[in-house]
Design a protein around this ligand. Structure first.
Ligand code: ATP
Length: 502
């Protein structure tokens, strides 16, 4: 019998009254890809953070190759051959790829950095991954996919043979995700052990041999992916028969809510990133934006909201030019905003959940009157948002940072679409959200459309864009290169348009 590479027994971690891990027993065999799935807040991240020494368990043990070990820090995890690729990369942006790779363990000749030796090791690692890297480029100038590959190589450089990934594709384009999958299969083929948390069931079946389902801090089951299917796995995840509700379209298109005319916007470095975009979004329609990440989507949304000043062209909201109006002016006229940067911009992590949902309601006399906050009314209001959007794991007075990623996304959504907006600017609304949550959000978006909202939807999930949208804009290098009915779109056709190949 082969010894498990990792054996976890009775792992327990409580945060106050919440049992994030409630006696987890799990075995992971050597060499292969093992997926972990489960609803938001099920305890997946807590479990892998315990294995990586970032969470100190209250009880339980971890064995590697049958030997009991203590992992009290990431440094100790690395000594045991365990590495983790975080969603927010841990790279030093001004340094080159090579410098980042070797940081902390520089090859040297005497007191001098042995650059040729470093480069030789770097190239050997890239070859091992079956990929390439511009080793002399500053990390700040690397694509997201390249940064992620560099993170992986950094772990291999430190001799990790267990690699943990927490929702690694949530920051990648579909093309980059395919590249990552090739790399992971290769690493697994070389005998390394890959642990992979995801909400995308398609990825589970494309990649993993084994999948573990967690629910409410416990392991429900581990099954081979052969012989299962996405429908069955979704039912295991939610703990009951699960079928995606069908989304009915066919709402009547109303008046234009937002119109952009030859709109040009610069990025933070002053480079033109959106070029002469002309389009409109009408009441009762969802307009999807397909494009490789970084093609100007962010600048487009920020210009419509008033966070960024256009350098050319104009925007009209409900037929009126918006030039010179503030974000709050526009918000009062019915704009809701789901930011792509949930942790940095969409929510304030140190603030409480109530403080995160209250600001848009601050002129509601039931919640604040004469400059005084009515804290119990605000808490009750926050609780109603938590209940309706099924935000689990925290109370109105808990800090937002105590929520799991998917629950925080639900909180932001609840704040923004609780009342039907006139215009919804939604960037990646389902990122990090579990299967049931995605179905719920899709229903909310189609309901908002039926109630007359105009929605601009940005997503990397082409199937989500095609399924939800009435029309699709395709953006390539800051230009809108196609405006087509969603019914005429296929992922292949969009892929060609998005990369400028069509
Ligand atoms: P998601 O799919 O949403 O990322 P998850 O399965 O990774 O969820 P965890 O992040 O492990 O879930 O969270 C499990 C539970 O522990 C949640 O209820 C969360 O609110 C709670 N929790 C996690 N970290 C903390 C913390 N630092 N303080 C308080 N509670 C926490």
């Amino acid at each position: 019998m082969t010894e498990a590479r990792i054996r976890i027994r009775g792992l327990r971690k409580a945060y106050g009254p919440i049992l994030a891990n409630d006696g987890v027993d799990l075995e992971i065999t050597r060499g292969g890809i093992h997926a972990i799935v489960g609803e938001n807040g099920a305890g997946k991240t807590t479990l892998v953070r315990a294995v990586y020494g970032l969470v100190e368990p209250d009880a339980g043990s971890i064995e590697l190759d049958g030997q009991r070990v203590t992992i009290a820090s990431p440094a100790q995890a690395i000594q045991h051959g365990i590495g983790m690729v975080h969603q927010r990369f841990q790279l030093v942006e001004p340094l080159t790829a090579l410098e980042n790779l070797t940081l902390g363990d520089l090859p040297h000749k005497g007191v001098f950095f042995d650059r040729p030796a470093a480069l030789a090791r770097a190239r050997a690692l890239a070859a091992e991954l079956g990929t390439t890297m511009e080793w002399n480029r500053a990390v700040a100038n690397l694509s997201v996919g390249a940064r992620q590959r560099l993170e992986i190589m950094r772990l291999l450089y430190r001799k990790a043979d267990i690699l943990i990934f927490d929702e690694p594709t949530s920051v990648l384009t579909p093309q980059e995700a395919d590249d990552l999958f090739r790399v992971l299969r290769r690493l697994a083929g070389q005998g390394r052990t890959i642990i992979f948390i995801t909400h995308k069931l398609r990825e589970v079946f494309a990649l993993a041999e084994q999948v573990t389902v967690m629910r409410r801090g416990r392991i429900i089951t581990t099954v081979p992916t052969k012989g299962s299917d996405p429908q069955a796995l979704a039912s295991l995840i939610v703990g009951e028969q699960f079928e995606r509700p069908s989304l009915r379209g066919g709402t009547e298109r109303g008046a234009a809510v937002i119109e952009a005319d030859r709109l040009s916007v610069c990025d933070d470095l002053g480079a033109l990133s959106l070029r002469e975009a002309t389009f409109s979004v009408h009441a009762g329609e969802i307009v999807g934006v397909a494009g490789i990440e970084g093609s100007g989507q962010r600048e487009l949304v920020e210009a419509l909201l008033g966070l960024r000043h256009p350098v050319g062209g104009s925007i009209r909201l409900h037929g009126q030019p918006v030039a010179g109006t503030s974000v709050w002016d526009r918000r009062k006229r019915g704009i809701a905003f789901i930011s792509e940067d949930r942790d940095g911009e969409g929510a304030c992590l140190p603030a409480t959940l109530a403080e995160n949902v209250f600001p848009l309601e601050r002129y509601d006399p039931d919640l604040a009157r004469g400059g005084r906050l009515r804290t119990s009314a605000i808490a009750a209001f926050a609780r109603s948002v938590l209940t309706r959007f099924n935000v689990r794991g925290a109370a109105p007075n808990s800090p937002a940072r105590s929520l799991s990623g998917g629950n925080l996304q639900r909180l932001v959504l609840g704040r923004e679409i609780r009342k039907t907006p006139r215009l919804l600017l939604a960037a990646h609304p389902t990122r990090g959200v579990d299967v049931r949550g995605i179905a719920f959000i899709h229903e909310q978006l189609t309901q908002a459309r039926a109630d007359g909202a105009a929605t601009l939807l940005i997503s990397e999930e082409l199937s989500e864009l095609i399924e939800l949208s009435d029309r699709l804009l395709v953006i390539f290098e800051g230009r809108i290169v196609a405006d087509l009915p969603a019914a005429q779109a296929t992922p292949d056709r969009l892929g060609l348009l998005m990369t400028g190949a069509a």
